[in-house]
Design a protein around this ligand. Structure first.
Ligand SMILES: [Zn+2]
Length: 216
């Protein structure tokens, strides 16, 4: 099986009801509806580069220990496993207009169509190196959702998939110092740059609810 990137152009507009992944972690009641957007060479190039970056992702050892300590179970042991899973599953990666503009990406599982990873079309012309890395993190996250081949989600699954964003992001920060500097668009401020803070800096983010006691 292969990733159908080259078939993107030939696809007719399709509408998906993506049941997985709400940015707030809620489930079920309000699925995200997505209409596939015509895709050109920019998006195909961005996704291909994102997948090449994803293949190289390794977790920083202390980060992985931390993730295990807070109960996150990484669906993949590195980026290459996710890349190989993508190839074997035949998942497609497309850009789409979402009913909820705040969703960065989502996954549609259909017993007929298979797995489709949808990226918000707001990002379709974003192709800087930082953008490519951000897209790769989003793809990594959705691979985590797709790995179990079902349309169900859970808080545990969301946590597990978010850990993939964070682990990849911190790997990229180490590999490409300052690559995310001065990127503060919605994709970054409410996505790739936010998740690591929520995982690692939460003691700084929230005031100590019990004055006089340590937060550690
Ligand atoms: Zn998710």
């Amino acid at each position: 099986m292969r990733i159908n990137l080259l078939n993107i152009k030939s696809l007719q507009a399709q509408t998906f009801a993506a049941k997985k992944h709400r940015p707030d972690g809620a489930q079920g009641a309000n699925p995200v509806y997505a209409a596939v957007k015509a895709t050109d060479d920019v998006q195909i190039s961005t996704v291909k580069k994102a997948l090449e970056e994803l293949k190289e992702v390794e977790y920083l050892p202390n980060d992985l220990i931390y993730m295990h300590a807070i109960g996150a179970k990484t669906p993949f042991n590195n980026g290459l496993e996710a890349y190989n899973w993508l190839k074997e599953s035949g998942a497609e990666i497309l850009y789409a207009d979402f009913s909820n503009k705040n969703v960065h990406a989502c996954l549609n599982f259909d017993t007929q169509k298979g797995i489709t990873i949808l990226i918000n079309s707001n990002y379709k012309d974003d192709c800087s190196h930082a953008d490519i890395l951000a897209i790769s993190e989003a793809i990594f996250h959705e691979c985590g959702h797709g790995k179990d081949f079902d349309s169900e989600n859970s808080i545990q699954e969301e946590l597990d998939c978010l850990s993939l964003n964070v682990l990849a992001h911190r790997y990229y920060e180490r590999k490409y110092p300052n690559v995310f500097k001065n990127h503060d668009s919605f994709l970054f401020s409410q996505g790739v740059s936010l998740y690591p803070k929520l995982f690692f800096n939460f003691l700084l983010t929230f005031a100590n609810p019990y004055p006089g006691t340590s937060t550690i």
